[in-house]
Design a protein. Structure first.
Length: 360
C-alpha cells in the first residue's frame, strides 16, 4: 500500500497514516522524494485504499498490485533529472558515459579519461570488480583499480561510474564513486538494490539479460523505496536466439520505458551488440529512439584489452561516435556537449559518416 501525502500535510497527519497502516498489518516506512512524501505499507496487510484516501493530509492511496508506483510515469508531472557531476541526465543534453571495461593500469585509465573528457564525455566509466561468466576469466583489479579510476576522474574533471557487486562493498566504495552501477547480473540482487538506495548516490541500473520491462522497473522501485530518487535506467541488450551479436539491443524498451516511468533512460550499445563495428550505428539509433544518453566502452588499444576488447571503441572511434550522434540528437531536439579537444589535436583524418557495420 502506498499513500501520498499532500504538500501541506502535517507531521502528525503522516504519523496517523503510518499508524493506520501498522494496524492493518503492514510494515511501515516514510519515503521522502522530490516529487512527494509517501507513507508506505510493505507486506500483505489488509489495507483499504478508499478509507486511507479520505484521511487528513492524504492526496491518494493505492494498492500497488504487483506494479511499480514510485517509478511510474503518472506519480509526477515532471521527468526526473539525475545530476552526475555537472551533467543532468534526463535533460535536453545527452549524457555520454565512456571508458574502459576494466581499469588495467594507471596509464590506460588516465589516457582514456583525458581523451573522452576532451571529446564530450560527461562521466568516466571503468570496472574495478568484474562479474564474469567463467570463474577463470579476469575478475578486475579490485580496490587498486578503484583508486586509479577515482584519480583519473579527478584529473579529467569527470564523475566516476563503476559497478558494485556486493552490499558490503557499497559503503567502502562510496568515497571514491560518484555513481554506482548495478550490472545486468545483479538487477534482481535485492539486498544490493536496497543498499545502494540507502547510500543516496546516483545509481545506474542495467536491465537483466532476461528481464522484462516490468521486472526492470520493479527493480528500480527497490531503490526508490529507500528514498533515493537518483536512478538511471540502462537498456543493455537482452538474450534471444540470435548469435550474430552478443545480445539483442532492445531499442523498443527506450520509448516504452519513457512512457511508463519518469526516470532517465540510457543505452549501452557496447554490451548490446558485443561488436565494435556495430556500436556507432546502434548509438545513432538509440539517440533517435529517444535515449537520454549512452554508455560505451572505450580503450586506447582494444586488441590488448583484458576484457571486452571486441566491443570497445578505439579513442578515434569515440570521437567519430560523438560526431555522428550530434546531428541525430539535433534532429530529435537534443544536444551533445561540445568537445574541447584539449591537447589531442586532430590526430586522425576526417571520415565520412559510417553507414553500416562494416564501415567502422
Amino acid at each position: 500500500m502506498i499513500v501520498k501525502l499532500t504538500a501541506s500535510a502535517s507531521p502528525s497527519a503522516l504519523s496517523t497514516v503510518l499508524a493506520a497502516l501498522a494496524r492493518q498489518g503492514y510494515e511501515t516506512r516514510k519515503v521522502d522524494l522530490p516529487y512527494g512524501l509517501f507513507a508506505v505499507g510493505l507486506g500483505d496487510g489488509a489495507g483499504d485504499a478508499v478509507t486511507l484516501g479520505t484521511m487528513e493530509g492524504v492526496e491518494w492511496a493505492k494498492k500497488e498490485g504487483g506494479r511499480a508506483v514510485l517509478a511510474a510515469r503518472d506519480v509526477t508531472r515532471e521527468r526526473t533529472e539525475v545530476m552526475l557531476g555537472r551533467a543532468a541526465l534526463g535533460s535536453d543534453t545527452l549524457a555520454l558515459i565512456a571508458g574502459p571495461c576494466s581499469v588495467e593500469d594507471r596509464d590506460q585509465i588516465q589516457t582514456c579519461a583525458r581523451f573522452v573528457a576532451a571529446y564530450g564525455a560527461t562521466a568516466l566509466r571503468g570496472g574495478a570488480f568484474k562479474p564474469r561468466t567463467s570463474p577463470y576469466a579476469f575478475q578486475g583489479f579490485g580496490h587498486e583499480a578503484l583508486e586509479m579510476l577515482a584519480q583519473a576522474g579527478r584529473a579529467s574533471g569527470l564523475p566516476v561510474v563503476t559497478e558494485v557487486m556486493e552490499p558490503g562493498e557499497v559503503q567502502p566504495m562510496a568515497p571514491l564513486v560518484d555513481c554506482f552501477q548495478i550490472g545486468a547480473r545483479s538487477m534482481q540482487n535485492f539486498p544490493l538494490l536496497k543498499e545502494v538506495g540507502r547510500a543516496g548516490k546516483p545509481v545506474l541500473l542495467k536491465r537483466g539479460p532476461s528481464a522484462t520491462v516490468k521486472e526492470f522497473i520493479l527493480a528500480a522501485e527497490y531503490i526508490l523505496l529507500e528514498g533515493n530518487p537518483n536512478v538511471i535506467l540502462c537498456e543493455r541488450g537482452i538474450r534471444t536466439f540470435e548469435t550474430a551479436t552478443r545480445n539483442t539491443l532492445d531499442l523498443n524498451a527506450v520509448p516504452v520505458l519513457k512512457a511508463q516511468t519518469h526516470l532517465p533512460v540510457i543505452v549501452d550499445p557496447s554490451h548490446g551488440t558485443g561488436r565494435r563495428d556495430a556500436v556507432i550505428p546502434m548509438a545513432r539509433a538509440a539517440v533517435a529512439a529517444g535515449a537520454d544518453g549512452l554508455i560505451v566502452e572505450v580503450h586506447p588499444d582494444p586488441e590488448q584489452a583484458l576484457s571486452d576488447g571486441d566491443q570497445s571503441l578505439t579513442l578515434a572511434q569515440f570521437r567519430e561516435l560523438v560526431e555522428e550522434i550530434t546531428p541525430v540528437a539535433e534532429a530529435v531536439g537534443r544536444k551533445v556537449a561540445s568537445p574541447s579537444a584539449l591537447s589531442f589535436g586532430d590526430e586522425r583524418p576526417r571520415r565520412s559518416r559510417t553507414t553500416g557495420w562494416g564501415s567502422v
